[in-house]
Design a protein around this ligand. Sequence first.
Ligand SMILES: Cc1ncc(COP(=O)(O)O)c(C=O)c1O
Length: 386
Amino acid sequence: MQLSSRILNLKESGTLKILDKVKSLQAKGVDVIQLDVGEPDFDTPRNIVEAAYRAMRDGLTHYTPSAGIPELRDAIAEKLRSENGLDVRRENVLITPGSKQALFYAIMALVGEGDEVILPTPAWPSYAEMVTVAGGVVREVPPREGFSPDVEGIKEAVSNRTKIIIINSPNNPTGCVYTEGELKNIAEVAADSKTFVVSDEIYEKILYEGRFRSLGSFPGLEDLVVTVNGFSKTYAMTGWRVGYAAGPKGIISAMNKLQQHSASCAASFAQWAALEALKPETQVQPMVEEFRRRRDFLCRALNGTGAFCVDAPGGAFYLFPDISKTGMVSSQLCDFLLERAHVSVTPGEVFGGFTDNIRISYANSMERLKEAVSRIRSALDGRGFA
Ligand SMILES: Cc1ncc(COP(=O)(O)O)c(C=O)c1O
């Protein structure tokens, strides 16, 4: 069988490899504490579930317009105008089956063979693979200090082949939130070089201090930014598969063409449920407060082991501690923790080669996090850490 070069160049998902190991331990009856997962452990709020039932009972179970139901596109445009300061209308918004699909369409619509895409790292692994599928070349820009974006490095990476800069703040895997100044500087680089920006804002609401700022709200970027967001993280709706992109009409129409010939549309009743999610009665803050409690606990507990070093990040639900004191590289430590502590975490290698870091998700109950820390402590005890 001869698969296409597009597929042969594609890497397997590093996170799914861990899941395979977890599943095989679980099949043997081992109780694994999963801190490798990227989804809130909360239930989808009741009013959203009820809205989906209602839609199904009302017979709203057929294809929708490919760009999404007008009601939801309008509500998203209104949210983006009032909360994010973006100048968008219905025709600037495309509803997709998850924000991952929106990112894929944006990259496929903009990146041609040999075009370059600038990716500040650490970064969620799917961006690079999407660029590869599109025939583009990734230019990774690692941080210079901490996990803040290296704006000078981004500027230096811009060439006449650069098509997109991808940014993701709050960030997966670090939880780092870009400052207003960093966003402004990136906006200037993009505006001066006429480079598109795909701004992945999926963790917008999982923010522990300050106000969120959308990159597309900076002046001079009206025709250059595709803002991507979705319902998975904010409303604990990962399985519903609803995301969206907002941007210049020409790009959104191009992305919609891709959707017409692939997914057709996002699931009809999930779109009606998403419309309900945007209503003020949907409670998001209690979930964020619980995440904050877990973040604070886990940072203190991990730093207390002497093996990890981590500052509390400003957003998302991940920690990306430095693990160099353990004397292991990240993939070794992940195997060690899975085998000896039955705790699964993700190696920093998969986010752009960060061998001195692991990603720990705290989308798990406080009780399980406490148990995980106690198991990690015991496992590391034999190696001189207690
Ligand atoms: C940074 C980032 N972007 C996008 C996604 C995709 O989310 P969804 O397709 O569920 O909307 C994820 C999910 O893990 C993510 O971490």
